[in-house]
Write a protein that binds this ligand. Structure first.
Ligand code: ZN
Ligand code: ZN
Length: 460
């Protein structure tokens, strides 16, 4: 059966009447009144009534327990099982997920799953149902109380997989969604609190409507805050972020950066410090045989993404630092020109050659830890040997600093342009570029370091 024949998705999309912008004359036609009632009006009424409805200890305890149970059914069932097929479960477990997942008031599996799949596939584009670039309010719940635009409607249709038509349980849940939602979302909490401790209304308000409201809002927070605030250890090209606070609110759905990268993984938080009780729930069922298969991403794939992202950040940081003018962009001068320049043309500048590269160290002369006289003795001369160990074996930091003062390259002389030799000998040179094409200067590989050559010379 194709999506176009299916009534539940039609219900969600049929009001995408036009692409016209909202005005004071047509605003009511842009509103999805059913969703507005379930998401906003009903919870506000419940909140209002809660002021004169005492919250008893028994009702509070039941509300929390029922919240944990139903949020698990939604996150494990709707999200990780049906939307992402990250594990397979026995019929009994799927039945419980399907029935009690409706208590959250977020639609049937056939309605919610294609929307969520469209979000994953078209994240950060106009086809994303809760496109974060349309603003925090829109990505939070604006998208659900406004009728979808044609682009979004089409992307949701595209993301409706055949798998949703091949399971009788999903068909049955969809056909009976409203009855099931009223039964599990309102009647069951109302009757349990009423029959066992005579608090029918408290059960309806707290364990029914407000519990569902909290689950809905927390789920929306993943769509809004989870795409704005948090870390991006796996990939920062899109908006998805890890947010530990969201993990607590959503019972384990806060590691959104990991989830968008590895959505077929049954886990959301992979580290012990990431709060993901739904993962342990699935694992527990797996150990007792009620979950039959779990998908776990290979550690190497995860580490690859982590390293690529770390490398990208390192490259970004590196590009912001002064590593000196790249040697191949420096003017080339002869040894005679260098001498003339240092002694006659610009005697006020402190020009020193190290490893075939001319440096203007004037700003640094007075700060030289080894004293002014040592530098002055090298002006207009080749200081390669002195700089690399004959007088003092300079640190990596000193070589980095020297690089920022380079102004020219010597075309001849005894140094033979050491940097060229180094490059010619080093077969790895093409790889020593970051993702932005900038040369990477690793520690100990600065062009002015020629330790071995001169140590050998000294020994001789
Ligand atoms: Zn997301
Ligand atoms: Zn997902």
């Amino acid at each position: 059966m194709s999506i176009s024949n299916h009534k539940t998705v039609k219900e969600y999309t049929r009001r995408s009447l036009n692409e016209s912008s909202m005005t004071k004359w047509n605003w009511y036609r842009h509103i999805n009144w059913v969703n507005l009632t379930v998401i906003i009006i009903l919870p506000l009424l419940a909140l209002y009534k809660s002021f004169d409805t005492p919250l008893t200890k028994n009702t509070l305890q039941f509300s929390i327990s029922y919240y944990l149970f139903t949020v698990t059914c939604f996150q494990a069932g709707y999200h990780r099982l049906w939307a992402h097929r990250s594990f397979t479960a026995t019929s009994s477990i799927k039945f419980i997920y399907a029935v009690f997942g409706t208590s959250c008031g977020l639609g049937s599996i056939k309605t919610w799953v294609p929307i969520h799949r469209a979000h994953h596939r078209y994240i950060d584009t106009e086809k994303d149902p809760h496109h974060i670039r349309k603003g925090l309010w829109y990505s939070h719940f604006g998208w659900i109380i406004l009728n979808p635009k044609v682009k979004v409607k089409n992307s949701i249709k595209e993301c409706y997989g055949d798998d949703l038509d091949n399971e009788k349980l999903i068909d049955w849940q969809s056909d009976n969604y409203h009855e099931l939602a009223i039964l599990t979302g309102l009647l069951i909490p109302c009757l349990i609190c009423g029959i066992f401790w005579n608090d029918y209304f408290g059960g309806l308000i707290y364990a029914g409507v407000l519990r569902a409201f909290i689950i809905q809002q927390n789920s929306f927070f993943v769509n809004s805050i989870g795409h704005v605030l948090g870390t991006q250890p796996y990939d920062d090209r899109k908006s998805h972020r890890n947010n530990w606070a969201l993990s607590f609110l959503t019972f384990g759905e806060g590691s959104n950066n990991f989830h968008h990268e590895f959505s077929a993984d049954f886990r959301n938080g992979i580290h012990w410090y990431e709060f993901d009780p739904v993962k342990y729930h699935i694992l527990s069922l797996y150990y007792i045989g009620l979950v039959t298969k779990i998908n776990r991403t290979a550690d190497t794939s995860i580490v690859q993404c982590l390293l690529q992202q770390e490398q990208k950040l390192i490259d970004r940081k590196r590009s912001q630092l002064n590593w000196g003018v790249p040697i191949d962009r420096l003017p080339i001068i002869s040894s005679d020109e260098f001498t003339k320049w240092a002694k006659e043309i610009a005697p006020e500048r402190a020009l020193v050659a190290v490893a075939g590269i001319v440096h203007d160290v004037t700003p640094f002369v007075n700060d030289h830890p080894g004293g002014i006289s040592l530098i002055k003795a090298s002006i207009g001369k080749d200081a390669t040997s002195a700089f690399n160990g004959a007088v003092y074996d300079h640190s990596t930091a000193a070589h980095n600093l020297l690089a920022t003062m380079r102004i020219a390259v010597l075309s001849g002389g005894t140094e033979k342009i050491v940097w060229k030799q180094q490059q010619a000998e080093n077969k790895d040179v093409p790889l020593k570029q970051d993702s932005q094409g900038n040369k990477i200067v690793r520690t100990g590989e600065q062009a002015t370091i020629v330790k071995k050559t001169f140590r050998t010379a000294d020994a001789a």
